[in-house]
Design a protein around this ligand. Structure first.
Ligand SMILES: [Ca+2]
Ligand SMILES: [Ca+2]
Ligand SMILES: [Ca+2]
Length: 184
């Protein structure tokens, strides 16, 4: 039992060191989704696409904007109310994100509504997973999900020796842990 647990931990560590491109689907039912562990010091692009609906398919929202009173995207609203910026959007690690929008699919910038509903943000890996969740005050009338793609940002150098060292440090730590448990 302990051996299989240890094997699982080792495997997840090794797999975490090889995150290149991962796709997740985050439901509008409020469930949280954890990514694989992101490599320490490596820069990742998080790209979100799609839209989900609230109030029984009357209104739609994407990662950052949502439809307001006219029930169409011509009246896309970024933050409402302004003091609750996390309302109706995709949170990362429980926090509101200034999702970068695009009108040409190439350049991404803050405070831009994406007609294609594609948004990006950038994070640096810490060795841990990042968590995604669609935030709402009432989930019972929602449907749909957002697609989240996590990829290594092109052109960034990968600190392989540091990553390998961390994996071995983790293995050594676990070996010490299991030895101590056996002694008791
Ligand atoms: Ca928003
Ligand atoms: Ca936001
Ligand atoms: Ca709702």
């Amino acid at each position: 039992m302990r051996k299989s647990l240890l094997t699982g931990l080792v495997l997840s560590l090794l797999m975490g060191a090889n995150v290149n491109a991962l796709t997740y689907f985050v439901s509008s039912n409020g469930a949280t989704v954890n990514s694989a562990a992101l490599d320490v010091g490596v820069n990742y692009t998080i790209e979100v696409s799609g839209q989900w609906s609230f109030h029984y398919n009357k209104w739609f929202a994407d990662a950052e904007y949502f439809q307001n009173v006219t029930m169409d995207w011509n009246n896309a609203t970024e933050d409402y109310p302004s003091d609750v910026p996390q309302n109706l959007e995709l949170l990362v690690d429980g926090q509101d994100v200034d999702w970068l929008g695009t009108t040409d699919g190439v350049n991404f910038a803050d405070d831009i509504f994406s007609p294609t509903h594609v948004y990006r943000t950038y994070v640096t890996g810490t060795g841990s997973a990042v968590q995604f969740q669609i935030h709402d005050t009432f989930y019972g009338d929602n449907s749909g999900s957002l697609q989240v793609d996590v990829t290594k940002t092109p052109g960034d150098a990968v600190p392989e020796p540091a990553t390998i060292f961390l994996v071995f440090a983790g293995l050594a730590g676990m070996a010490g842990f299991s030895r101590n448990k056996i002694k008791k």
